[in-house]
Design a protein around this ligand. Sequence first.
Ligand code: MG
Length: 228
Amino acid sequence: VDKICLSDAVIVFDLDDTLYFEADYVRSGIRFVFEFVSTELEQDLPEKLLEELLGGEQELPAGDWLQRLLADGNVQSSKESLLWLYRLHPPKIQLESSTSEFLAWLRERCPIMIVTDGRVVTQTLKLNALGLKNVPHLISEQYQSEKPDERRFKLIMQQYPNKSEFLYVGDNLKKDFVAPNRLGWTTIGLLPNPRMVHRSATGEEMPTVNRPTVWINHLTDAKDYLKE
Ligand SMILES: [Mg+2]
């Protein structure tokens, strides 16, 4: 692949498991809900249960954490209520310093944007916590369009008629790269990492349209495909 000239480019990022690890968001939510149940609902919860739900350094939080909290903690509240508490909690998450430095470096050279799927309230709370609220972002709920639908990618192209190179950086083979590939973008995929929630294989079995133009190990390796 030829290196892309930054002055011609618009670089668009996925959010979850691309700019930060989604597992950190999940852990933040589990802590918040656990704390709420103990403090506000005044229910005795064993600290050991929290440890189990969070998972260790090398493992992901328990997928059924809410179920287990309700059952093992004997919590007097509905699953639905606690799920909303989770979705609306102000997350304690942050960008890795290499990521924020990379984004700052890019922003001096080309427009950057975020295309993410999810609820406006939840994704906005994440963006704010990560210090990304000033990066233009298109959240699926607001546009009534989820990946792999092309709508938001087309809007970005219309917004920058004088740019010739569009890049999308993501992690999810099922949905991230289909629309930008169809529209002739360069797509960059983050290789699966044990800390990611949705770990896809590199997708040899997937149709070409699902697969990124190039794979990278770490976000900042995207620099290898860019030139000033
Ligand atoms: Mg993702």
